[in-house]
Design a binder for this molecule. Sequence first.
Ligand code: FAD
Ligand code: DLZ
Ligand code: SF4
Length: 521
Amino acid sequence: MASRPVLVPILGDQLTRTLASLRGRAKDDTVILMMEVWDEATYVRHHKQKIALIFSAMRHFAAELRDAGWSVDYVELTDPDNAGSFTGEVARAIERHDPRAVHIVEAGEWRVQQAIEEWPDKFACDVEILPDGRFVCSLAEFRDWAEDRDTLRMEFFYREMRRKTGLLMDDGQPEGGEWNYDSENRKPPKEGLEAPQRPLFAPDEITQEVIELVEDRFAAHFGSLDKFGWPVTRDQAEEAADAFFAERIECFGPFQDAMVHGQDDLFHSMLSTSINLGLLDPLELCERAEQSYRDGKAPLNSVEGFIRQIIGWREYVRGFYWLHMPHLQRANALNAQRALPEFFWTGETDMRCLADCIRSTRDNAHAHHIQRLMVLGNFCLIAGISPREVQDWYLVVYADAYEWVELPNVAAMILYADDGKLASKPYAASGNYINKMSNYCGDCAYSVSKKAGEGACPFNSLYWHFMDRHRDRLESNHRIGRIYSNWDRMGEDKQKAYLETAEEFLVSLTPADSKWARATD
Ligand code: FAD
Ligand code: DLZ
Ligand code: SF4
C-alpha cells in the first residue's frame, strides 16, 4: 500500500460487493474492516441462528473479497484485544492502519447510526458517511413524499415505486388494470396443501466453526441451531432464489395468508435473511418476478404480491422507521402494559396456533408473515402486551430481524402503538380468522366455536375485551367502528361473559423471566 489508505468498515448487514463505500475505490488504496463485536451480538439475546448466520455470512464475504484482491482486516469475536463495539474496533483499526479517511455506509439501525455520527469528532482522520444505495427509495425521497401528509399509507407510496421502477407497468398504467391483487391472495389452505421443500444449505467448515462459537459463547440465547440451513453466500442465496422462482412463486400469491400446522415455509420465498444481509438485490428479485409473469410462468396476483412486499412494504417501513425514530421505540398509544407471557420463550401453551408459530420460530428463526401478524402479533395486540417487550421479542427471535424493519412492523403494524400513522386500523381478530386461514383449530385444546367460558378459544374473548377497552379511540374509525353495534346488540350478560373470560385468562398468564429484558432499558 503506497500511501495512507482509506479505511472502509463494512457492517454485518452490508455484505454487498457494490456497496457505496467500495464503488470506484482502488484496491491498493483501501483497507476493508469487518468486526464481530460483543455489543452487537448481545444488546438483545439474538436467536442463536441469527448470530451464526451473520458471523458466517460475514466470514464468507471477507474471504470472497480477499479472493477478489481486496485487503480485509477481519476481527473475530474471540480476538483477545477485541474492543467489543464498532467504535472501539474502528479506533483500534485507525491505530493499526493510520488511514487518511474512514468511509462507511450509513447504518440500518438508528442506534448504530448515532454511534457512527460521533466518529468525525472522535477520530483524527476524515470520516465520510455515505447513503445506503441498496434501496429503491432514498430516505430524502421518502421524507419528501411524507411531507404534508397527515397519514401515510403504503398503497399510495407503493404506486409511486411502481411508477419509479417501471415494474409491472403497461404504458403508464398498472399491468392488468389494477395496482393491487390482494383480494386474490387470501385462499385458505385446502386439505393436504403441501409446498416443495426450500433448499437447505448444509453448514460448511466456516459455518460449523461459527456454530460451535455460538453454542459456546451464546448458550443462554434463544433458539436451536439444529436446523441451520440459511444461505451464507451470494451463490447460495441465488440458488435459494432460483428454487423459489422455479417451484413456489406460482402459489405464493393465492396461499400467502394460509397457515398449515408443521409446514413452516409454505410458498413463501424465505429470502428475507439474504436480502437484509445484502446477499441479494431486492430490485433484481422484483425484476425476476416480473419476468416469470411475462414468460407465463407465474400469475399476476402472485408476482404483484411479491413485488408489493418488496418495493412496497419493505421500502415503506424503512422510510417510516427513519421518519419516526427515536420516538417510535417508545410509542404506546394504547397504553399496553402487560408483560410478555413466558410461553413466548418456551412455546408451552395449549393454544395450538401460538405453540406452532413459536416452535417454528425457535427451530428456524423464522415464521411467515401471517403467523407474525395474525397469530403472534394479534395475540400481543388484543392481550395488551407492552410494546417494548414485544419489540425486543421480535428483534431477538427472527434471523431477518434488524430494527429498521422489525420496529415499524411491530410497533405500528401489529400493536397500533403509533396511533394509526402506518395502519388504518388495528389488525385485531378473533379465533374465526385463524380458523378460516389455518388448520390449527381442529386439534386445539380450546374450542374456536365457543365464545366464552371454560374451554373457549382465548382469541374470542380477548378480541372483545380489546374492542371494549379501546372503544373511545376506535369507535370513530370508519374501518372498525361499526363492530360496536354487534357488541351492543349482544346484551349485558353475553358481554359480561366475554369480559370475565378474558380477565381470567389474562390473570392466568405467567410473565416472562426478567433475564430476557434488555440490559440497557
Ligand atoms: P415473503 O413472504 O416471501 O415476502 C417477500 C419479501 O418481502 C420478504 O423477503 C421481505 O423482504 C419483504 N416483506 C414482506 N413483508 C414485509 C413487511 N411487512 N415489511 C418489510 N418487508 C416485507 N421482515 C424482515 O425482514 N425483518 C423483520 O424483522 C420483520 N419483522 C416483522 C414483524 C412483524 C410483526 C411482521 C408482521 C412482519 C415482519 N417482517 C419482517 C415482514 C415479513 O414477515 C418477513 O419479511 C417475511 O416473513 C420474511 O419471509 P419471506 O422472505 O419468506 O417473505
Ligand atoms: C446483528 C449483528 C450481530 C449479532 N453481530 C454483528 C457483528 O458482530 N458485527 C457486525 O458488523 N454486525 C453485527 N450484526 C448486525 C448489525 O447489528 C447491523 O449491521 C446493524 O444493525 C446495522 O445498523
Ligand atoms: Fe388458536 Fe383458538 Fe384456534 Fe386454538 S382454537 S388454534 S387458540 S385460534
